[in-house]
Design a protein around this ligand. Structure first.
Ligand SMILES: Nc1ncnc2c1ncn2[C@@H]1O[C@H](COP(=O)(O)OP(=O)(O)OP(=O)(O)O)[C@@H](O)[C@H]1O
Length: 375
C-alpha cells in the first residue's frame, strides 16, 4: 500500500465572500494520524473536501508525495473516505458494498473476493458478509464504510466525523479500533472531529482551527499543556482564566506577575507589560485546608461546591480576592483530605504549569516547557 505524504501549502478556499479555509499550511508525514479539530463552521470539512478534490482551492498548493495534485480529479487521488453518514447502499449485501469500489476499478473477480474478505476480516465483519446493511447496527454500518474505504488500498484515508452518529460507548470502542487498524496498515490518515477528547485520544498530531484559520499544530500533549492562545486553551479540556497583570518584563527574564492579589516571579518569553490572562487547568491547582500550607504563592477561597466522583473530586471555589469561581479537580483524594462546602481553603497555583496570555488572549507570553528545560 503506497503511503502518502501530504503537503498543504498556504491553501485558501472561498465560498463567495466567506473564507472557508484561510491560508492553511500543514505538512503530514507518512503513516501519521492527523486530526483537524475545531468548533462547527471552522473549516474542517472544507479543508478535507479540498484534499479529496471535491473543492478546488483558490490559493495555494496541495502535494501528495511531492507531486502537486491541485488539478488531479478525486478518482485519481487514491484516497479512501469515511463520512459521518455511512453512505452505504442499503439494497446491496455487506460484501457487495465493500466490493463496489473494486468493481468500478475493474479489479479481477478473483482478486475482489480475496480483497473484500481481507477488508471485512480487518473490521471484524467477515461473518456477516451476506447480510443487508439496513438491518445492522450503526457501529456495524460504519465498519462497512471503513472496509469499503480500505479495500481499495488507498494511499490516504480521509475521515469526516465518522463516529458522530454512534452512541457514546460504541464511539470509544470504534475510535480505538480505527486507531489500531490505521497503525496496522500504516496508512496516512486525516481525521475531522469537533470532539477534543476524541482528537487527543487518537491523533499523532492535531491542528486546531477557528474561522478557517489554523490556530496551532502539535502533538496532543503539546496542544493541551501549552496552548498557544486563549481560544485553544478554552477549546481543549477545561480551564480557568484569571485576570492579572505584569509590571514590566523583558523577554527571557523573570517578571513580576500579579494574579488575584498575589505576586510571584515567572519567566516570560516575550516582552510584555500590562493586563494578562492567567490560565490554569482544574487539575493543576492544589487545594488545601487553611494552615495546611504548601510553599509558594497562595490564593484564599471558600468551597462553594464539592462533587465527589470516586476517582476525583470536583470543587468549585470562590476566590476571596475577587469573588470569581474557579474549578479545581483533585484526583485520588484520601478520606481525611476530602473537603466540603463552606470550608476555607488555600489554592496553590504552580506558575510553571500555567500559561500566561496577553490581554486579548491572542498569544502565550510564557512557555514553561521551554523555560523548565533551560533552568
Ligand atoms: N458549500 C458551501 N457554500 C457556502 N459556504 C460554505 C459551504 N461549505 C462551507 N461553507 C462555509 O465555510 C465555513 C466552513 O465550513 P465547514 O463546513 O468547513 O466547517 P466545519 O468545521 O466542517 O463545520 P461542521 O463541524 O459544522 O461540519 C463556514 O462558514 C460555512 O458556512
Amino acid at each position: 500500500m503506497t503511503v502518502t505524504q501530504v503537503k498543504i501549502n498556504q491553501v485558501s478556499k472561498y465560498f463567495g465572500d466567506v473564507l472557508g479555509v484561510d491560508n492553511a499550511t500543514i505538512h503530514i508525514q507518512e503513516g501519521e494520524f492527523f486530526t483537524l479539530l475545531g468548533p462547527s463552521g471552522c473549516g474542517k470539512t472544507t479543508l478535507l473536501r479540498t484534499l479529496a478534490g471535491f473543492y478546488r482551492q483558490e490559493e495555494g498548493d496541495i502535494f501528495f508525495n511531492d507531486v502537486c495534485i491541485n488539478d488531479l480529479p478525486t478518482h485519481n487521488r487514491n484516497i479512501g473516505m469515511v463520512f459521518q453518514s455511512y453512505a452505504i447502499f442499503p439494497h446491496m449485501t455487506v460484501f457487495e458494498n465493500v466490493a463496489y469500489g473494486l468493481k468500478a476499478r475493474k479489479v479481477k473477480k478473483q482478486d475482489i473476493q480475496t480483497r473484500v474478505m481481507e477488508a471485512l476480516e480487518m473490521v471484524e465483519l467477515a461473518h456477516l458478509k451476506d447480510r443487508q446493511p439496513s438491518n445492522m447496527s450503526g457501529g456495524q454500518q460504519q465498519r462497512i464504510a471503513l472496509a469499503r474505504a480500505i479495500v481499495i488500498h488507498p494511499g490516504l484515508l480521509l475521515m469526516d466525523e465518522p463516529l458522530s452518529n454512534l452512541d457514546a460507548k460504541l464511539r470509544l470502542k470504534m475510535r480505538s479500533d480505527i486507531r489500531e487498524l490505521q497503525k496496522r496498515l500504516n496508512i496516512t490518515t486525516i481525521y475531522v472531529t469537533h470532539d477534543q477528547e476524541e482528537a487527543l485520544a487518537v491523533s499523532d498530531r492535531i491542528a486546531v482551527l477557528k474561522n478557517g484559520k489554523i490556530q496551532q499544530i502539535g502533538k496532543p500533549h503539546e496542544i493541551y499543556l501549552t496552548p498557544k492562545n486563549q481560544f485553544v486553551s478554552n477549546f481543549i479540556g477545561s480551564t480557568n482564566f484569571l485576570s492579572g497583570k505584569t509590571s514590566s518584563s523583558s523577554a527571557g527574564s523573570m517578571t513580576d506577575v500579579e494574579v488575584q492579589g498575589i505576586r510571584f516571579a515567572t519567566k516570560l518569553v516575550k516582552q510584555y507589560e500590562g493586563n494578562i490572562i492567567y490560565s490554569v487547568r482544574p487539575e493543576q491547582i492544589k487545594v488545601k485546608r487553611e494552615h495546611n500550607r504548601y510553599p509558594g504563592p497562595f490564593i484564599k477561597g471558600r468551597i462553594r461546591e464539592a462533587v465527589f466522583l470516586g476517582e476525583k473530586v470536583e470543587y468549585k471555589v470562590e476566590l476571596a480576592h475577587s469573588g470569581d469561581l474557579i474549578q479545581v479537580h483533585e484526583h485520588a483524594v484520601p478520606y481525611h483530605l476530602l473537603m466540603s462546602e463552606g470550608e476555607q481553603v488555600e489554592l496553590y497555583l504552580n506558575p510553571e504549569e500555567s500559561v500566561i496570555y496577553s490581554e486579548g488572549g491572542e498569544e502565550a507570553l510564557n512557555d514553561y516547557g521551554n523555560s523548565s528545560k533551560t533552568n
